[in-house]
Write a protein that binds this ligand. Structure first.
Ligand code: FES
Length: 159
């Protein structure tokens, strides 16, 4: 096995560990009593669902939590999503959600390895088209919620 192959196997193993860690110890799991918005979505392929609770201070995502059930990829992606966008400006978080969904669908390249931190672990999911929805479920919800918060008249349509 070449050094490059060994390196790529090591990376694959590390990424699996990161996904499992978020699945077993989800960050920001739960609900927010006085949330500004609660949105829910179901993966039509499997029936799994996620709810996202968002509290803003008018400019930033002050708090965000998720609940529901699903496969390791969907739960890990939701957990990573809450960690990534908590404290982020609303417009910035919306842009990031749009970009991340495009990256997962192969419509936009991933930035260099390491830049997305734990989210890098989801890169490999693109090779399994049926699982892409698992990885984007929470992000679809986030994008739709932020569109509703920022421009309620658009009704949260996904782009
Ligand atoms: Fe249901 Fe992944 S298999 S969300």
């Amino acid at each position: 096995m070449s050094a490059a192959d060994k390196e790529s196997l090591k990376l694959e193993w590390l990424y699996q560990e990161i996904i499992l860690d978020h699945y077993k110890r989800p960050r920001n799991f739960g609900t927010i009593d006085n949330a500004d918005l609660v949105a829910e979505e179901e993966n039509p392929y499997c029936g799994d669902h996620i709810a996202v609770h968002i509290k803003t201070d008018g400019e930033k995502i002050a708090d965000i939590r998720f609940s529901g059930k699903g496969c390791a990829i969907s739960q890990a992606s939701a957990s990573m999503m809450t960690e990534k966008v908590k404290g982020m400006g609303l417009e910035e978080a919306l842009k990031f959600a749009e970009d991340f969904r495009k990256m997962m669908r192969g419509e936009k390249p991933f930035p260099p390895e390491g830049e997305l931190e734990d989210l890098d672990a989801l890169r490999g999911v693109r090779e399994f088209p049926i699982r892409i929805k698992c990885a984007t479920l929470a992000w679809d919800l986030l994008q739709r919620s932020l569109v509703q918060i920022l421009s309620p008249k658009d009704g949260g349509e996904l782009r």
